[in-house]
Design a protein. Structure first.
Length: 62
C-alpha cells in the first residue's frame, strides 16, 4: 500500500498542474494588450516583401 505522504504529494502535483494548465488556457485566449493593429499591418507589409534586391534577385555574399 502506498504511503499517505506520497498520495498527498501526488495530489498536490496534480492540482498544481491542472491550475497551471487552466491559467495558460486563460492567458492564451485573451488578446494581448500589446497587440497593435498598425504595427501588425507594418510588419505584415515588411514580411511580404521579397528578400533581396528590388528586382527580385536574391542578394549574394561577395
Amino acid at each position: 500500500m502506498a504511503q499517505p505522504s506520497s498520495i498527498l504529494f501526488t495530489r498536490i502535483v496534480a492540482f498544481v498542474g491542472v491550475y497551471l494548465m487552466l491559467l495558460l488556457l486563460v492567458l492564451a485566449s485573451r488578446p494581448s494588450p500589446h497587440d497593435n493593429p498598425s504595427l501588425r499591418k507594418l510588419l505584415s507589409e515588411i514580411a511580404s516583401k521579397p528578400i533581396g534586391g528590388g528586382d527580385g534577385t536574391p542578394v549574394t555574399d561577395p
